[in-house]
Structure formats: structure tokens, C-alpha cells
Write a protein that binds this ligand. Structure first.
Ligand code: ADP
Length: 326
């Protein structure tokens, strides 16, 4: 049976991009493969953050993952910093990672542009830790969004370099994308991301706040007046309909938009209804988990124990291959 690994940063609210681009795949894959899912808190320290909030953010992210449908009876869910072998393997992999390869990572270039005051070495090293996360469990499949594909390809090259230098330990991993691997944000142009403040947080999946947020969403820019016909194929709100609405809804929007029979407010209203309905079970499960925080904690502790047993075995094998003294 193949192994799956994926992680998410506890960077605050989970958003629709994370869900559509990655977590939806976690939920499907857990039924078919041996799956490890991780809240990657050591990755999160590469950017500025409020220390007092970190614990809460990790907990909330775990709650969201469970509420969306990751089942601890099927998959191992844990927190990265509870399994120290991640950072240990990262160090080893550093020795077979090209500096030039890391320099070519577009996410590093983007992030360092956004935080020029804090371009730290860990931010640069981020893909090596990510490779360690994956390789520690010898995962072959990594369900991620489009933005992570370059990192997964680097992880594959790192595995190859390790195997070539010290002998075969790691399989080659590949990214596993959902049908929509890049969800655009409220601006309709850039990837949905919390750091760009163009995201639809799952916390906003109630009628009023969602309608308010969707009010900001950029539609067909050529449709200036309500009486102008629009083009759904260039409209990001229509793309979101594709993720949450029925075929009839989309036919209704297409007809109404292209003939100016409906306005953007009507189209967004229908989308809000569908999204609220889609996330209703999530909201219910989330409330239940928040009422029993000890269950979430127990799940994360049990997950870390299971993950650690596998991680220790891999590190024993790695140290042996490296010829380290014991
Ligand atoms: P963020 O990008 O919000 O900081 P992470 O880097 O922790 O979140 O990403 C978690 C997962 O969600 C990754 O697999 C990433 O590829 C995916 N993801 C994030 N944003 C999007 C998006 N806008 N579209 C598709 N997938 C996304």
C-alpha cells in the first residue's frame, strides 16, 4: 500500500484555497492509502508570528482538519514539533541539497519579497524541512496545491541524491493535485492566501459574513453596470460556483449573466447559499470538537506516538547508512 504525507501550516484560519486545493484530497486518500497528515508548526516560525497565539493556532488547525473529515481511525494526524526526527532528518538532507536548487524556489523569492525585513536561513531551508517531512514516512504521494509542486519535485531530487550517495532508503515522491489545484482569491487574480488577505476563511461560512466577504470579490471587470452582459468564463466567482454549486445553478448564472438578466449580487447570493450548505456539516463537527478539546488533544498525542514510531525507524536506517557511530 502506498503512503501519503501532507502538511499544513498553523498560519491562522483555514481557507477555501487550502480546502479545495489540498484537504479535500486528504479526505479521499485516507480511504485508500496509509496516510500521515501534519500541522507543520516548525515551518510557521520562518515568518513573524505572535508567540502567545501559536498554541491556539495549532489546536484550531487540527480542529479544522478533523471537522472537515480527516478521520484519526484511518489517518495519522499529528503536530510536527512533537516528532523531533523531522528536524533531524532535515539536517542530513541539507548535505545532499544544492544551494542553487534552493535559490530557484519561487516561493522563497515571493516570501522574501513580502518580508524583506526578515529573510532568515530557515525560510531559505523551508523546502529541505518539507522534504524531510515527506521522506521520514517514505511517502510516495503528496496531496498539495499547485504552489507546492516545485517543492515536491525538489524533495524527489533530494531523495535521489541521498540514495545515490548513501544507498537506497527513500522512494520517489510525487505531487497529487485536486481538479482545482490553484484557487484564486477575492481579487480574482492571485492565489487565495491569508498573507494576501484575499481569502475566504472557513470561519466565515455563515450567511451574513460570507455575503459581506463575497461583496468584495472581483467579477468580470468589463461588466460595469447591472445592465451590461457579463462573461462567466472570465469571472472568478463563476469559478467558485464550479466548486460548490449544482449544474442547474451554473446554467442559471450563465444564462442570467450573459443576458444581464441577473446582477453580480444575485450570482454571489446563490454562491453564498451553496457554500453555507456545503460547510454546514463542518461547522457542526467543529462546534462538537471545540466542546471537547481533550478529544482533540488525545488524537494529536496518539498521532504523534504513531508517527514517531515510524520516524524513529527511518532515522535508525538513515544513521546506519551514514556510517554514524553508536
Ligand atoms: P497558505 O498558502 O495559506 O499559507 P499552506 O502553505 O500551509 O497555506 O498550504 C497548505 C496547503 O494548501 C498546501 O498544500 C497548499 O498547496 C494548499 N493551498 C494553499 N493555498 C491554495 C490555493 N489558493 N489554491 C490551491 N491550494 C492551495
Amino acid at each position: 500500500m502506498k503512503t501519503v504525507f501532507s502538511g499544513i501550516q498553523p498560519s491562522g484560519d483555514m481557507h477555501v484555497g487550502n480546502y479545495i486545493g489540498a484537504i479535500r484530497n486528504w479526505i479521499t486518500l485516507q480511504d485508500q492509502y496509509r496516510s500521515f497528515f501534519c500541522v507543520v508548526d516548525y515551518h510557521a516560525i520562518t515568518q513573524d508570528y505572535a508567540v502567545k497565539e501559536m498554541g491556539r493556532r495549532v489546536f484550531d488547525m487540527a480542529v479544522d482538519i478533523l471537522a472537515l473529515g480527516v478521520d484519526p481511525d484511518k489517518a495519522t494526524l499529528f503536530v510536527q514539533s512533537m516528532v523531533p526526527e523531522h528536524t533531524e532528518l532535515c539536517w542530513v538532507l541539507n548535505a545532499v541539497t544544492g544551494h542553487g536548487d534552493l535559490e530557484r524556489m519561487t516561493q522563497f523569492k515571493d516570501k522574501s519579497e513580502h518580508q524583506p525585513e526578515n529573510i532568515n536561513a530557515a525560510l531559505f531551508e523551508y523546502p529541505v524541512l518539507q522534504a524531510a517531512d515527506i521522506l521520514l514516512y517514505k511517502a510516495e504521494l503528496v496531496p498539495v496545491g499547485q504552489d507546492q509542486v516545485q517543492h515536491i519535485e525538489l524533495a524527489r531530487r533530494i531523495a535521489r541524491s541521498f540514495n545515490h550517495r548513501w544507498g537506497k532508503v527513500f522512494p520517489e515522491c510525487e505531487p497529487k493535485l485536486t481538479p482545482v489545484a490553484k484557487v484564486l482569491g477575492l481579487d480574482g487574480q492571485q492565489k487565495m492566501s491569508k498573507s494576501l488577505n484575499n481569502h475566504l476563511p472557513l470561519a466565515a461560512m455563515e450567511d451574513k459574513p460570507l455575503r459581506k466577504l463575497l461583496g468584495r470579490a472581483v467579477t468580470d471587470v468589463k461588466r460595469v453596470e447591472r445592465t451590461d452582459p457579463g462573461d462567466p468564463d472570465v469571472c472568478n466567482v463563476f469559478a467558485w460556483h464550479g466548486m460548490f454549486s449544482t449544474e442547474e445553478d451554473r446554467a442559471w448564472v450563465r444564462e442570467g449573466c450573459t443576458t444581464a438578466g441577473i446582477g453580480c449580487v444575485d450570482c454571489k447570493g446563490r454562491l453564498a447559499e451553496r457554500m453555507v450548505a456545503h460547510f454546514a456539516p463542518y461547522r457542526e463537527r467543529r462546534a462538537e470538537l471545540l466542546a471537547h478539546p481533550e478529544r482533540v488533544k488525545d488524537t494529536l498525542h496518539a498521532g504523534a506516538e504513531k508517527a514517531r514510531a515510524v520516524a524513529k525507524k527511518t532515522m535508525d536506517e538513515v544513521r546506519h547508512k551514514l556510517g554514524l557511530w553508536r
